[in-house]
Design a binder for this molecule. Structure first.
Ligand SMILES: Nc1ncnc2c1ncn2[C@@H]1O[C@H](COP(=O)(O)OP(=O)(O)OP(=O)(O)O)[C@@H](O)[C@H]1O
Length: 298
């Protein structure tokens, strides 16, 4: 696999406040990555550094093997769809797509037009007069039609309704299978996008706390549910991430793989096991006092 992005010891500090702290990871060619983290975790800051829009305080970045700052060879192969893209006052939707067509070497004008119609974006409307959702849709259309070898979407769904969001995920997957490229998508709403993510980077308070295959992560924990006494008996000796009492029932998350032994034990104890969602797992990992919650049950 070819490496597209490498970040080493990357930090961004404003005065004494570290917003991104010693982050290191690599992105490979033709994979879809999720950059996950709570509000303010540092996702946008990290993306802005990767795309040379923000100077890192320290650390090293290589994109396509080169330094991205003021490097046209690198930058023309990157499309960064920002959360708050600014457009000139009089620019219309059609103008923005025409400009994107001139900027991105792999731009597919027919695909852009198809997407514009599907997302119901009026070609002649001035961008300043678009609704929040339409503005997000314009970003999504641009990012998809750019077919940039490295495409970054910073929370692209903001303002999109459920129908438009699901259209985005569908078109992204379809087009990615026809034209594979590296996609980095930041989000704090994981469940909806989890099916399209192949790899997860989890950032919490500026630090990268997880860099793992999405399927592996999905299988790394499970929930157990049943009458409290039976669940407690099942939990003995297991790595428990959280417990939630509901009447006489208990729901717990176990940070272990759900293997045949666990299933058989669950049968004996009369408790139910189910897969934990990525969203739930992230909440457990980045919520308050994780260390206190994660305990070896005796
Ligand atoms: N120019 C700046 N000066 C000082 N602090 C900043 C600056 N830019 C960002 N920050 C802080 O850095 C932290 C990370 O911000 P960032 O926008 O990268 O987070 P995020 O993960 O993208 O959040 P969200 O999901 O809410 O968009 C926040 O606490 C933010 O207030």
């Amino acid at each position: 696999m070819t490496e597209i992005v490498r970040a080493e010891g990357l930090s961004k500090r404003y005065g004494r406040t570290a917003v991104v702290e010693k982050v290191g990871f690599a992105l490979e060619e033709e994979r879809i990555y999720g950059l996950i983290g709570r509000n303010g975790a540092g996702k946008t800051t990290l993306m802005r550094m990767l795309t040379a829009q923000l100077q890192a305080t320290e650390g090293k970045i290589r994109i396509f093997g080169e330094h991205p700052y003021e490097n046209r060879r690198v930058l023309e192969r990157i499309c960064f769809i920002k959360e708050s893209q600014q457009y000139p006052d009089s620019l219309k939707v059609r103008d923005a797509l025409d400009i994107a067509g001139a900027v991105f070497p792999n731009w597919d004008a027919a695909f852009a037009e198809q997407l514009r119609e599907e997302f119901e974006l009026p070609a002649n409307r001035i961008i300043k007069k678009l609704s929040r959702g339409m503005l997000s849709a314009l970003g999504v259309v641009t990012g998809l039609a750019s077919r940039a070898p490295l495409t970054l979407f910073d929370e692209p769904y903001l303002g999109l309704d459920a129908v438009a969001r699901s259209l985005f995920y569908e078109r992204l997957l379809e087009d990615y299978s026809l034209h594979p490229r590296t996609i980095l998508l930041s989000t704090h709403l994981i469940d909806e996008v989890s099916r399209i993510l192949e790899h997860i980077l989890l950032i919490d308070k500026g630090r990268l706390i997880l860099d793992t295959d999405a399927d592996e992560l999905r299988g790394s924990a499970y929930t157990v549910m049943g009458p409290a006494s039976k669940v407690e008996a099942f939990l003995a000796g297991r790595k428990v991430m959280s417990r939630e009492a509901i009447g006489g029932y208990l729901k717990a998350t176990v940070h272990e793989r759900m293997d045949a032994m666990a299933r058989s034990k669950a049968g004996q104890f009369g408790v139910e096991l189910s897969a934990v969602s990525l969203q739930e797992l992230m909440v457990q990992m980045t919520g308050p006092a994780v260390a206190a919650k994660e305990e070896e049950a005796v």
